[in-house]
Design a protein. Structure first.
Length: 235
């Protein structure tokens, strides 16, 4: 994973190797806010050079590439031709299949629930709408830390925590300002070149989405929403 970068936790974000990278949102992302959130809220500080630190940085790099790089050929943490992703034991998906689902958050919030019971419906979202929904709800970002590494490469098994503060509205619900977090386990399989070829995630999507519905529904506050410039400008 050696690569020069101005970010302390992610490789392949800038520098000479990324001068021709195509970015989904027009430019490389800035992680200044979420890095600060991570450093203030993490529960583990792993020793420099440790397996845990290496895995944590690999996961952050992988996540950055999945969410922000537009061209599969620009991915450097994975082997695009052999890579697959699966969620909670569901069918493994290629990069192209993941993109057809909307990529990003949509990939991780797939569900078999009937549509009328879906708090967040991936079938009605695309990459842009899902990105806006979650970055609006978490304006300081959604931090990630590795809590434990059960096995090292080539098959990495680790426990993780994701967290942020709901300081913006989400799907018709007012911000609460409260901590939102969820936990899970993931498996990363690497090839001989240390490229990721298989990713499996196991977590409860309801742990995340349920916390985002605690805020008062906009329907309940009625005309006060239209009068509030903050809520009015986030639709």
């Amino acid at each position: 994973m050696a690569s020069s970068s101005s970010d302390s936790y992610r490789s392949y974000l800038d520098g000479e190797g990324e001068k021709n990278t195509e970015w989904k949102f027009g430019a490389p992302p800035s992680y200044d806010l979420v890095n600060k959130l991570f450093e203030q809220g993490r529960t583990k500080i792993w020793p420099s050079g440790s397996l845990e630190e290496s895995v944590q940085n690999l996961v952050k790099t992988w996540e950055m590439e999945m969410f922000h790089k537009a061209n599969f050929d620009d991915y450097k943490s994975v082997d695009p031709k052999n890579y697959t992703l699966s969620l909670n034991g569901r069918k493994a998906l290629t990069l192209e299949e993941t993109r057809k689902l909307g990529g990003g958050y949509n990939s991780f919030l797939q569900t078999s629930l009937p549509e009328n019971l879906r708090i967040y419906n991936p079938a009605e979202e695309n990459a842009d709408s899902s990105h806006v929904a979650f970055t609006t709800a978490f304006p300081r970002g959604f931090a990630l830390e590795v809590l434990q590494v059960y096995s090292g490469p080539p098959v990495i098994v680790y426990k993780f925590r994701h967290w942020g503060y709901m300081e913006g509205p989400f799907k018709g619900h007012a911000p609460t300002g409260e901590l939102v977090e969820f936990f899970g386990v993931s498996i990363f399989q690497l090839d001989e070149q240390s490229k990721i070829v298989k990713v499996e995630f196991f977590f409860d999507r309801g742990e995340l989405l349920g916390a985002l519905l605690k805020g008062e529904s906009f329907a309940a506050v009625g005309d006060s929403v239209a009068a509030c410039p903050f809520l009015k400008n986030t639709g």
